[in-house]
Design a protein around this ligand. Structure first.
Ligand code: CA
Length: 245
């Protein structure tokens, strides 16, 4: 993370040194806040910075989506009611791009369907509006503790090593260039080593319901992964699906 921050030019060009910060290892804890209500956003930014976090604020879904996809964050706070895009869609697209940071969703009071939809899309927790900054801060810390405690830094299978946090893959120590979708598929396989995974299961996990879910694309991605990782990396179980190794 600290290397990424240094590479991105983010550090030390932001005037953060005059505040007290929460740290994960060597880098300050960086939170992405996606919230279109300017008053609430201001309140949260002030409160979270006061609690020692470094906060990036996006006021619409498109900006939040891009920031969350292209930069590293330790956690995100995501409003579900955004002007240009549903928060759930932003979340689904982050997850599809392999972004695994803990996500806390902000949802309107009483909208339980929204919360369920958000959790199903890969959110880790939710807070109902109106909410206190202290509650949000406490939940964020809990989420990050959990993520740090349970997330293994890397997954390995034979000579393949995948790092979910940095989004990198190596084979025998050599870095392999994967597209976001290839990475997501491999990540799915790595978490389910030795299990047969059907095409339907892969479709369900790699695509949202709204998307064109063509089983042929699964074969294309499997073929590409084999090309990049080795022919025997993924086996076909005729009529059943695929298996790692
Ligand atoms: Ca809103």
């Amino acid at each position: 993370m600290s290397k990424h921050l240094a590479d991105s030019g983010f550090w030390p060009f932001r005037p953060v040194s005059d505040r007290i910060h929460c740290f994960l290892g060597e880098a300050p804890i960086r939170i992405l806040l996606v919230e279109d209500d300017p008053d609430l956003a201001q309140r949260l930014v002030t409160g979270l910075e006061g609690a020692g976090f470094v906060v990036e604020h996006a006021a619409d879904g498109e900006t939040g989506l891009e920031l969350g996809r292209s930069e590293d964050f330790d956690a995100a706070i995501l409003d579900l009611g955004l002007p240009d895009m549903q928060g759930v869609e932003v979340l689904q697209r982050w997850r599809k791009a392999g972004r695994e940071m803990p996500v806390l969703i902000l949802s309107a009071r009483g909208s339980w369907t929204e919360k369920v939809e958000g959790l199903n899309a890969g959110a880790d927790d939710y807070v109902t509006k109106p909410s206190h900054v202290q509650e949000i801060t406490a939940r964020l810390r809990a989420l990050m503790r959990r993520a740090a405690g349970t997330a293994s830094p890397t997954l390995s299978y034979n000579d393949i090593v995948l790092s979910p946090s940095s989004g990198t893959v190596t084979v025998s120590g050599k870095p392999i260039d994967l597209t976001a979708q290839e990475f997501r598929m491999l990540n799915y396989f790595m978490h389910r080593q030795g299990r047969i995974i059907s095409q339907t299961e892969l479709l369900d996990h790699l695509y949202s319901q709204q998307e064109d879910r063509d089983p042929n694309t699964i074969e294309v991605y499997v073929a590409r992964l084999r090309r990049k990782l080795g022919r025997d990396a993924i086996k076909t179980q005729r009529g059943l699906g695929y298996r790692l190794g």
